[in-house]
Design a protein around this ligand. Structure first.
Ligand code: URA
Length: 190
């Protein structure tokens, strides 16, 4: 258990607990305001993220930023973005359950230190792991559920929206629902 974000990040950066560590260029710890009330959790780094060491900096990141901007959120100011696994799975395959099991330790510590009021799961991998093992994004997206005092919501992964733009409107609805929820439960002025 960590008391400081700095120590957590320092130790995480040298992690070699699973095979993904062997093929990473950079570990992607997370990015944003550690004191924010809203946390986004994706799946794992892709190519650009691995090269730059930051989450969601490729094409799907650009789309995510558009949705964020639309509702007054900004990774430089009022949110934090992390992933289920911190190292890129080769060829962007899904992270294996055992890789998630190992890496979730770091994420749990991030959540414990940050104590966000709202967690948004971007895509199936994080929603199934953090909300419900049977979570179906197409059916349950945009629903908030209270888990031990933290409101959790799953929505479409931006990369899935790039593949299937038909869901972009539904994703926008989810972000608008998030904006409303932030107004209800967050103290920070957005
Ligand atoms: N997809 C993710 O799930 N996370 C990233 O950081 C980038 C792409």
């Amino acid at each position: 258990m960590y008391n400081s974000w700095k120590e957590l990040e320092r130790d995480c950066r040298t992690c070699d607990k699973c095979q993904l560590s062997q093929t990473r260029t950079n570990l992607v710890f997370g990015y944003g305001n550690e004191n924010a009330e809203v946390m986004f959790i994706g799946e794992g780094p892709g190519e650009q993220e691995d090269l730059q060491g930051k989450p969601f900096v490729g094409r799907s990141g650009k789309l995510l930023d558009m949705y964020l901007e639309h509702i007054g959120l900004d990774r430089e100011k009022n949110i934090y973005i992390a992933n289920m696994v911190k190292c890129r799975p080769p060829k962007n395959r899904d992270p294996k359950p055992e890789e998630q099991d190992t890496c979730i330790y770091w994420l749990r510590e991030q959540v414990r230190l940050m104590r966000p009021k709202i967690i948004v799961c971007l895509g199936r991998i994080s929603a199934q792991r953090l909300i419900d093992p049977d979570f179906r994004v197409t059916k349950q997206h945009g629903e908030f559920i209270d888990k031990n005092g933290t409101l959790m919501m799953g929505t479409f992964h931006p990369a899935a929206l790039l593949r299937n733009p038909n869901n972009k409107g539904a994703a926008l609805e989810d972000f608008l629902a998030l904006q409303k929820k932030i107004g209800e439960v967050c103290e920070y002025t957005y």
